[in-house]
Design a protein around this ligand. Structure first.
Ligand SMILES: [Zn+2]
Length: 153
């Protein structure tokens, strides 16, 4: 059985373990380890997915128990912020890229109306949209790679 090193304490643990027997830290899922072995996932994504597991999976029920830095690592992806739907497409999530583009444009349109009504600068709407992508992309990629769920239709 292959061995990896614990993210928490650095001790060797089996590659299929979901938590460290030594310190209890959550490890990457067997699926993530498998995808990495296939060359489909980088270390960065394996670490992100381990954090999502730590937060209780794609719905993040235990997100509030995590330290701020780990919450940010899950809920903010800078490439998602900058490139939005294009980053989705880059990651092979075409269906979601199109859906998200539609959702993103709606956010901008509604956002501009609301911002205008309250007298705030309308370009803020684009920031809301970018923030929306930044917060979703890690979870959606988790669903694709780990849960084999790559879109809604
Ligand atoms: Zn450990």
């Amino acid at each position: 059985m292959s061995t990896v090193f614990c993210r928490g304490c650095g001790q060797p643990v089996t590659a299929v373990a979901t938590s460290c027997p030594n310190c209890g830290a959550q490890q990457a899922t067997p699926q993530a380890t498998q995808r990495k072995a296939e060359g489909a996932l980088s270390d960065k994504w394996v670490k992100r997915f381990a954090l999502i597991q730590k937060a209780g999976g794609a719905k993040l029920p235990a997100l509030g128990k995590l330290p701020m830095s780990e919450r940010l690592a899950i809920k903010f992806n800078i490439l998602g912020f900058l490139f939005g739907p294009f980053y989705y497409a880059f990651l092979g999530m075409w269906k979601r890229a199109l859906t998200m583009l539609g959702v993103g444009l709606s956010i901008v349109l509604i956002g501009e109306v609301v911002l205008k009504a309250v007298g705030a600068h309308q370009s803020l709407a684009s920031f809301f949209m970018a923030g929306f992508f930044a917060g979703k992309v890690n979870l959606d990629y988790f669903k694709k790679q780990i849960l084999n769920d790559n879109g809604w239709w």
